[in-house]
Design a protein around this ligand. Structure first.
Ligand SMILES: NC(=O)c1ccc[n+]([C@@H]2O[C@H](COP(=O)([O-])OP(=O)(O)OC[C@H]3O[C@@H](n4cnc5c(N)ncnc54)[C@H](O)[C@@H]3O)[C@@H](O)[C@H]2O)c1
Length: 248
C-alpha cells in the first residue's frame, strides 16, 4: 500500500469525481470532497468505504468559497498532497457560435475554467509552503481537438490544458507536478444530458470510437490515481488522453 495522502477532489458527488474518490479511498488515502451538490459539511458514509473523508459544499466558481474551504482543510489536516480539479458542466444547448448564449458562456467558463485557476491558486500557496504537491486537472478531448457547436466548453477545456502546461512550467523546480487527463466520451450524468439534448449522437459517437464503447468513470480515475502516484514521478505538464481511440 502506498503512503496515505490528503487528496482534495472537486465535483466529487457524481460521475468521474465520485469514481476517483472511491478509488483513492480503496487505496487508503484521506479524502476531502468538494461539490456544490453536497448538503453541508459532514463525514462521508461508511458504504463509500471512506469513513475518514470530509464532504464540503463548495461552489468552485466562487473564489471566496474556494479560499474558505482550502483554509479549513489546511487548518484541520495540515497539508494537501493531491488536488484533483474535476468539477465541470456542459453547455445548455448545441448551437453555432453566432447563436451561443452569453449567460451560458459565462457559466461554463466560470465553472470549467476559472474554478481551476481559483483552486490551483489557493492550493499552490500551501504546496509551495510544504515543498511538495501534485495537481491533476480534468480537461477533455475537447481541450485538444475542435468540437463544433460547443464553443464555451471547447474554450474552457483548451484553457485547462493551457493552464496545466503553464503552471507545470512554473512549479517543476518546486517539487510540484501538474498534469491533466483528457477523457473522451465517458458514461456519467453529464454525458446522459448530452444524449438527452441530441439522442442521435448516442449511436453516432459509438461508431467513431475504435473500441466501440464509451469510457467508464473508473477508467478515468485509474489514470488520475497513476498521475498522483510515485509511478509517474518524472511526468509534468502532460495531457493524458483516455478515449478508446476516438482521437485517432
Ligand atoms: N463524461 C464525459 O464524457 C466527459 C468527457 C470529458 C471530460 N469530462 C469532464 O469530466 C469532469 C467530470 O464530469 P462528469 O462526466 O463526471 O460529470 P458529472 O455531471 O457526473 O459530475 C460533475 C460534478 O461537478 C459538480 N459541479 C458542477 N458545478 C460545480 C461547481 N460550481 N462547484 C462544485 N462542483 C460543481 C456537479 O455537482 C457534479 O457532481 C468535468 O470536468 C467534465 O467536463 C467529462
Amino acid at each position: 500500500m502506498p503512503q496515505p495522502k490528503i487528496v482534495v477532489i472537486t465535483g466529487a458527488a457524481s460521475g468521474i469525481g465520485a469514481a476517483t474518490a472511491r478509488l483513492f479511498a480503496d487505496q487508503g488515502h484521506h479524502l476531502v470532497l468538494l461539490d456544490v451538490a453536497f448538503e453541508s459539511p459532514r463525514p462521508a458514509s461508511n458504504d463509500e468505504n471512506d469513513a475518514s473523508a470530509l464532504r464540503l459544499k463548495v461552489d468552485v466558481s466562487e473564489a471566496q468559497e474556494v479560499k474558505t474551504a482550502i483554509d479549513h482543510i489546511i487548518t484541520t489536516l495540515g497539508q494537501i498532497d493531491v488536488l484533483v480539479n474535476n468539477a465541470g458542466v456542459g453547455t445548455k444547448e448545441f448551437v453555432k457560435t453566432e447563436h451561443h448564449d452569453i449567460d451560458d458562456w459565462e457559466r461554463v467558463i466560470a465553472i470549467n475554467q476559472t474554478s481551476v485557476f481559483y483552486c490551483m491558486k489557493y492550493v499552490l500557496q500551501q504546496m509551495t509552503r510544504q515543498g511538495f504537491g501534485n495537481i491533476i486537472n480534468v480537461a477533455s478531448l475537447a481541450g485538444l481537438k475542435a468540437s463544433g457547436y460547443n464553443l464555451a466548453y471547447s474554450a474552457s477545456k483548451f484553457a485547462v490544458v493551457g493552464m496545466t502546461k503553464s503552471a507545470a512550467l512554473e512549479y517543476g523546480s518546486q517539487n510540484i507536478r501538474i498534469n491533466c487527463v483528457c477523457p473522451g466520451y465517458t458514461e456519467s450524468p453529464l454525458l446522459e444530458s448530452l444524449f438527452t439534448m441530441k439522442p442521435k449522437l448516442k449511436k453516432r459517437l459509438l461508431q467513431s470510437t475504435p473500441m466501440g464503447r464509451y469510457g467508464l468513470p473508473e477508467e478515468i480515475a485509474e489514470a488520475i490515481l497513476w498521475l498522483a502516484s510515485e509511478n509517474s514521478k518524472y511526468i509534468t505538464g502532460q495531457s493524458i488522453v483516455i478515449d478508446g481511440g476516438l482521437s485517432l
